[in-house]
Ligand binder design. Structure first.
Ligand SMILES: [Zn+2]
Length: 206
């Protein structure tokens, strides 16, 4: 046992599943598609560890659509690691997305709602349109993404006092809207076997 990372913690819950040795230091993530062959989610892109992907294969929950060259071995089996898998059962998107920091940024497309500039997530803050000190609540309808300079400039003033109105009236997005926004932000690392599935799902431009 080279490094003890045999995937046992994941696979061990299922006593009758084979336990495979580690493929080494690389991660070998698998792109996870829904049963309609579209990614389960775009942002963050739905990716499972090789351990979870292999487990799902043996539980017959997924079909393997593409594989890495790399193989893993158990005492009696050898298999190539899946690089793209599709769920056999369709999972409908949740109707109401969670009210999280990330989803607020995604709804606002990572752009400050006052000056309109796009920012990387760490440079964005939250602004209460009606300040908390004036009774503003922390809700989809009252929280927007804002860059630090705009947030500072607005401070605890009401929108009209500050002369700063959000570019879009904030409201609760649908899961579909968040997914659509997420498609505009592909992740940094894409395995080549994933590209087809992401490419064929992109909108045709007229
Ligand atoms: Zn700004």
């Amino acid at each position: 046992m080279p490094d003890g990372s045999l995937g046992g913690s994941t696979l061990g819950d299922y006593g009758d599943l084979p336990v495979f040795g580690s493929p080494g230091n690389r991660a070998f993530p698998a792109l996870v598609l829904n049963a309609d062959f579209r990614p389960l989610s775009y942002f963050p892109l739905s990716i499972w560890s090789w351990q979870d992907a292999v487990k799902a294969v043996f539980l017959d929950r997924v079909s393997v659509l593409n594989e890495y060259e790399t193989e893993v071995h158990s005492t009696s089996l050898t298999m190539r690691l899946p690089s793209v898998i599709a769920l056999k059962e369709y999972i409908p998107a949740a109707r109401r997305p969670a009210f999280t920091r990330f989803n607020v940024f995604l709804r606002d497309r990572f752009a400050c709602q006052y000056c309109g500039h796009e920012r990387p997530a760490p440079d964005l803050t939250f602004d209460h349109v009606i300040p908390r000190s004036r009774g503003g609540r922390t809700t989809w309808e009252n929280v927007v993404a804002a860059c630090s300079p705009c947030n500072l400039r607005k401070g605890s003033k009401m929108p009209r006092e500050a002369g700063m109105l959000p570019r879009h009236v904030p409201r609760q997005p649908t899961s579909w809207e968040l997914q659509e926004n997420g498609r505009a932000f592909p992740p940094n690392h894409l395995h080549e076997s994933w590209r087809d599935y992401l490419y064929w799902d992109s909108e045709l431009e007229s």
